[in-house]
Design a protein around this ligand. Structure first.
Ligand SMILES: *Cc1c(COP(=O)(O)O)cnc(C)c1O
Length: 397
């Protein structure tokens, strides 16, 4: 870490300046180092680099790259983490954060309400390698307390679950996990770095899909794992540098530019989401509106205390089940039907038939992903236009 992350700068200032490294040309915008390898002046220097490489000494882009290092340092400064490792996608980050620290015989406790691919990693992959995983209702603190054991090595949750928008009490779950010495790993995508204070609230390892709000304009896949210097350099780095989930330097450059505007974008999207959720409650065709920023949400107070905003994603249960949801989706004019989120363009998703299609009907029912459930990612268009689009479409449900 250079000075920039140590200074007492606000998040907005860190997002623009932290981690900047300049070449001998003094370029203002961060340079894109599109190189796989690095040249050594002598054989002895190459040998030395492999024995121990310093802050700005690189070996191979699978291990690290100057543009990627700028992104890692900037997001670490933003999140208040000691260090970070950038990955090729959000799922590379989730799977590496877990796999790098776990071995056969370990026990993990996870919230049940998860993004489909996170659920696959925990339920299918980890268990195949002899890790025992207990799933709990993440909103039930007694369930966490009852599930942790002396051999629990990690607890995992999405701080706001995809797509059911359950809010996990970070402080309470972290305290329960730490009492048995478990590492707390939090997928923080829906909170975004803008509304996150997860490390101060007790999380040990924060994971982001940078694909979402960090890029924010739908261009590149990326992810990042944030934690202590010891966890990132001694546990995550050896695993990732040999298994190959590195972020490309081009992606890192896009993500650096994304971070510069993220706070403005995410705050505008969250303000818009708040107004839209309020406007949709009680609108014809919407049986239920679920948004942590609404007082009707069961964890509204927790969400306000933890994030200070409801986020940028709203769920609406359309009347008429799947048929009603499909009629509403097909009537949308501004919202795009897609499975992404966090984009400048507003996106509508039907989780039951797309992102959570792999689950059984019973699993979806247990999670509350009903046939009429629609996930709405609010973009940067005019709020009134989005409200009119949604009201018009839901009237057809
Ligand atoms: C999208 C998403 C991921 C996966 O990120 P990718 O970049 O698509 O691999 C993981 N967790 C959550 C909560 C997500 O929304």
């Amino acid at each position: 870490m250079t000075d920039s992350s140590q200074k007492n700068w606000s998040k907005r200032t860190r997002a623009v300046h932290a981690g900047t490294r300049r070449s001998q040309y003094g370029e203002l915008s961060e340079a894109m180092f599109l190189t796989q390898g690095f040249a050594y002046p002598t054989a002895e220097a190459a040998e030395q680099r492999f024995i121990s490489s310093g802050e700005d000494e690189y070996i191979y882009a699978r291990y690290g790259n100057p543009t990627v290092a700028m992104f890692e340092e900037r997001i670490a400064a933003l999140e208040g983490a000691e260090d970070a490792f950038a990955t090729a996608s959000g799922m590379a980050a989730v799977s590496a954060a877990l796999t790098s620290m776990l071995r056969a015989g370990d026990h993990v406790v996870s919230a049940r309400a998860l993004f489909g691919s996170c659920q696959y990693v925990l339920d299918e992959i980890l268990t195949r390698f002899g890790v025992e995983v207990t799933f709990v209702d993440g909103t039930d603190i007694d369930a966490w307390r009852g599930a942790v054991r002396p051999d629990t090595k990690a607890v995992f949750f999405e701080s706001v679950s995809n797509p059911t928008l359950e809010v996990i009490d970070i402080r309470a779950v972290s305290e329960i996990a730490h009492a048995v010495g478990a590492t707390v790993i939090c997928d923080n995508v829906f909170a975004t770095p803008t509304f996150s204070d997860a490390i101060a609230q007790g999380v040990d390892v924060v994971v982001y899909s940078a694909t979402k709000h960090i890029d924010g304009q739908g261009r590149c896949l990326g992810g990042v794992i944030l934690g202590t210097k010891a966890f990132i350099r001694k546990t995550v780095e050896p695993y990732l540098k040999h298994t190959g989930g590195a972020m490309s330097p081009f992606t890192a450059w896009v993500m650096l530019k994304g971070l510069e505007t993220m706070d403005l974008r995410v705050r505008a999207q969250a303000d818009s989401a708040q107004a839209i959720a309020e406007a949709l409650e009680g609108t014809p065709g919407a049986a239920r509106v679920v948004f942590p920023g609404l007082p009707s949400h069961p964890q509204h107070a927790l969400c306000q205390a933890q994030m200070g905003a409801g986020g940028t994603v709203i769920a609406v249960e359309a009347d008429g089940g799947q048929d009603g949801a499909f009629r509403a989706l097909n009537a949308l004019e501004i919202f795009t039907i897609s499975n992404n989120l966090g984009d400048a363009k507003s996106i509508a998703t039907h989780p039951a038939t797309t992102t959570h299609q792999r689950l059984t009907d019973a699993q979806r029912a247990e999670l509350g992903i009903t046939p009429g459930w629609l996930r709405l990612s609010i973009g940067l268009e005019g709020t009134d236009d989005l409200i009119a689009d949604l009201k018009g479409a839901l009237a057809r449900a």
